[in-house]
Design a protein around this ligand. Sequence first.
Ligand code: F3S
Length: 399
Amino acid sequence: MYLTKEEERMLDGEYGHAVKKSMEILSALGDIYGAEKLIKVGSVQIAGVSYHNLGDAGLEYLNGLAKDGRVRVITTLNPAGMDLENWRNLGISEEFAKKQNLVIEAFRKMGIIVSCTCTPYLIGNLPRYREHIAWAESSAVTFANSVIGAMTNREGGPSALAAAFIGKTPLYGLHLEKNRIPDVHVEVNTELKKFSDWGALGYCIGKNANNRISYITGIKEASMEELKSFCASVVTYGSKPLFYIKGITPGFEKYETPKEKITVTEEDIKKAYDEINDDTDTIEFVFIGCPHSSIKEISQIAEKLKGKKISSKVEFWVATPRPIKQLSDDRGYTKIIEDAGGKFACDTCVAVAPLKGRFKSLATTSAKACYYSRGHNLMKTKLGSLEQCIDAGVTGKWE
Ligand code: F3S
């Protein structure tokens, strides 16, 4: 890959340890993927923030970089292993909190915004159409590419951090127009009746299209929240962080409908629920906010929880970015949710908090949350509507 004189000096170590290490990562990636050069990025989203996943080795690596590494572009953080303020109330141990705070301090020292959310686009890290960015976190990458029309590969933790220190990323993959052409037509031949159906649809398309770019037809409308949920699911059960929905997401008009066709029917959606849902009647944990909730979602939770009481046998978490929690506080939604026995979990999520062994079963509106709770945390999972999840919170049962 071609390097400018300045980039060569960075690689030679003239700009310090973190920049040198970052240039090594970016040039290796560029060489592997045949990138012509590095291009500037408008922002970075970092994943790999939870001490639960990083461990001491990861913390040591970050501390090494934090000695002289400072980010050159706006950089935000994915969820951490705990709510940075309210961790005690969510049952996180003192020991874990100490380590997690050290991780956060290392990121803070690098000049990173300690946003700790997977929906950075809801709180100010909002790229524009066709802007090159370097984001990690699969749901956010898929949202940025597909719903916003920005251009990013699905970065890993180290490559995103390297892009933040250099302000650039190698020009390959989804940064190139030629790699953004849809290659499979997905016709949705059924109505999506409830919010969780978007997660089930993501399961069907992800499993079938896998690493191909879908050109989806048959959907007449979609809210930002539904698209956010679909993004999380389609890339979790498949792997391509880009799709087009005719008439809804940007850029679809540039392309012809691909010849190869997949059809999703009502039967497929039912089958997706059957495969995602485990056999359990009792629910110990309800998690809403995967990806992190918007203020609209919080208002809906408050409206449906008003006057109800969460069972003492159930832990009920609402995950949202902290600035959105502040709006919720101001509007009175927080009080309604907390009076009902719900808890806010800012800065964290069901996949990266140390939850293994704490709960046997989960109810959620998110297909992605089911995937990680079953796979990582060995919970039995139930995917359903917000009403079903709230009922499960109140009764401790899945009806
Ligand atoms: Fe976000 Fe965690 Fe879900 S990172 S998308 S809340 S699994």
